[in-house]
Write a protein of this length. Structure first.
Length: 562
């Protein structure tokens, strides 16, 4: 039996502040902009906001490189603005979860500035410094954003590790002072009243202290570090310590970003009996289709694989741990472009994806703009992109495919993180109502067609469908706590399952294809009374469930079984 918790019942709305709403006409979103839209988020039905980093940062990686954990990024406002945001959100019944980025800091953080001065000072050991080997880096690891993962520093006369950009040196979690420095900072925010943390790349904080070379894939220059940095030897010790020292003292929500983990790993991070985290973000479904270029390709998502992954996570964690449910975020392409279809069936498929998101077991996360069906951006040239990962990858792929620049741009357009970072589309006025001046990154040209104002005024819009799905989830505990029971696993276009909780059973039928699809319904289900609770097909009527049913393109239905 599942125990009830507020964070299991939460609906999270993720905000990327830089692209949400600019209130002071500098082309960059800010905290006052978020304050203005709290009612919008509340009316949608969300109960928690996850704020991507708002801390002081030189923005090498849009705030994931923190210079001062206790200050707000100048472009976003002040700590007073933050306090105001938190208190108004709380008045409206919205909780705020902060991004916690503690695998690394900015190289401009005071700890690193001291650390690099020489090898003797007490901060040196706050980061991961190594002597070179044969006049080269300590090992062959490559950084996630391209290039080597080690950088030589003249004053320290050693190399430091940066799993991400050069300006993101990795903290040395082996050092107790680092851990306690982080715990003090977390407590400072919790004492302010924040409601939890989303923990950035948290499964990478314990590194294999041997720092061995990684495997080099054919055609690649650097070795893969991931096996030696993720789920490392002391990871669970560190998280249990963090839980004991900080998390357990507050009634908060925690979610770890943990790429590359399996369901077995997840049970260790987020098992109900583990005293570590409430839940984790797994990556299997968003990494579908990765190949020798990693995520950089434009292959369609194979639906049978998607079903298998979701089914494995739903059943693997049932009653042992809690899933986090997401189809997009600030690092992923827009969900409708990736898992649905952003052409003729954009609205229909965005609603289908909402039906999936809100009918699985776990806590659903909506990424800003998903609720109006925002799509990938059709940028034509590389100078329109801003993301460090995209720009580095463009250079790498261009060197790899010198004869085929069109292919390079296809891959960038399909997978760039900037797809999710274009300005939120509020209305059809210039710059999508995001700002009165040219934004830091161009808006998606489809904003006159796809925007909040339009979605609010149309009762059949994607926004209103999200709102209804959220209401439905709140009304039927089976959608939150119920066991997930799939059927028709062998069907390649449809995804069907029941959710069962006490005497409540819901039936969910989803068609992930652009054509009609027939779903065979097992006899035991077909015989039961059923009531259609919601459908994204306005012509779908209640009575039609028999031993088989034909779904329209991207149709999704939820029934209550009697
Ligand atoms: C994951 C974050 O979501 C991403 O945006 C960031 O670039 C890396 N971690 C490094 O902090």
């Amino acid at each position: 039996m599942q125990s009830k918790k507020w964070w299991k019942e939460a609906i999270v709305y993720q905000i990327y502040p830089r692209s949400f709403l600019d209130s002071n006409s500098d082309g960059i979103g800010d905290l006052q902009g978020i304050i203005k839209k709290l009612d919008y988020i509340h009316d949608l039905g969300a109960t928690v906001i996850w704020l991507c980093p708002v801390y002081d940062s030189p923005n090498a990686d849009n705030g994931y490189d923190i210079r001062d954990y206790h200050a707000i990024m100048k472009e976003f406002g002040t700590i007073e603005d933050f306090d105001k945001l938190l208190s108004i959100a709380h008045q409206k019944g919205l909780k705020i979860v902060m991004d916690l980025v503690v695998n690394h800091t900015s190289d401009e953080h005071k700890w690193f500035r001291k650390s690099r001065q020489n090898q003797e000072n007490e901060y040196h050991n706050y980061y991961i410094w190594k002597d070179g080997k044969n006049k080269a880096a300590p090992n062959n690891w490559g950084a996630v954003f391209g290039g080597p993962a080690w950088k030589y520093d003249k004053s320290a006369k050693q190399y430091y590790l940066h799993l991400f950009a050069e300006k993101q040196p990795d903290l040395n979690w082996e050092n107790e002072k680092v851990r306690h420095g982080v715990y003090d900072m977390m407590s400072w925010w919790l004492e302010k009243g924040v409601d939890g943390f989303r923990m950035d790349v948290i499964n990478a904080i314990s590194k294999d202290q041997r720092f061995p070379d990684g495997e080099v894939q054919p055609g690649q220059k650097y070795g893969n570090s991931w096996n030696y940095v993720s789920n490392g030897p002391r990871i669970h010790e560190f998280l249990q310590e963090m839980n004991r020292e900080v998390l357990s003292k507050y009634d908060i929500m925690t979610v770890g970003e943990t790429s590359g983990i399996t369901t077995e790993d997840a049970l260790k991070y987020a098992g109900f009996d583990r005293n570590e985290l409430n839940m984790v973000f797994q990556f299997e479904h968003v990494e579908l289709g990765s190949d020798e270029n990693g995520k950089w390709n434009d292959k369609p998502v194979p639906i049978p694989e998607l079903k298998k992954i979701i089914t494995r996570w739903q059943t693997g964690l049932d009653r042992k741990a809690w899933n986090s449910l997401y189809l997009g975020n600030h690092d992923q392409p827009r969900s409708v472009s990736r898992f649905g279809s952003d052409g003729k069936y954009r609205e229909q498929s965005a609603k289908l994806l909402a039906t999936l998101l809100f009918t699985l077991q776990g806590t659903p996360y909506i990424y800003q703009g998903e609720e109006i069906g925002m799509t990938n951006v059709p940028f034509q040239t590389i100078d329109q992109y801003r993301d460090i990962e995209t720009l580095n990858t463009y250079r790498k792929l261009s060197a790899q495919y010198p004869q085929d620049p069109a292919r390079v741009m296809r891959y960038i357009r399909a997978k760039s993180r900037d797809n999710a970072r274009t300005p939120m589309q509020w209305d059809s006025s210039p710059h999508a109502g995001f700002s009165s001046v040219k934004p830091w990154i161009s808006e998606n040209p489809n904003y006159p067609e796809i925007n909040v104002e339009k979605s609010l005024s149309d009762p059949h819009s994607v926004y209103h469908f999200y709102q209804k799905m959220i209401q439905l989830r709140k009304a039927y505990p089976a959608l939150i706590y119920g066991t997930f029971l799939p059927f028709g696993e062998e069907e390649s276009k449809t995804f069907c399952y029941q959710r069962q909780w006490k005497d409540q059973t819901l039936l969910i039928l989803l068609n992930f294809s652009e054509g009609n699809a027939s779903v065979p319904i097992p006899k035991a289900i077909a015989q039961r009374n059923r009531k259609l609770l919601i459908s994204n097909d306005s012509t779908r009527a209640d009575q039609t469930l028999s031993q088989s049913i034909t779904l329209q393109p991207f149709e999704g239905n939820v029934y209550l079984l009697g």
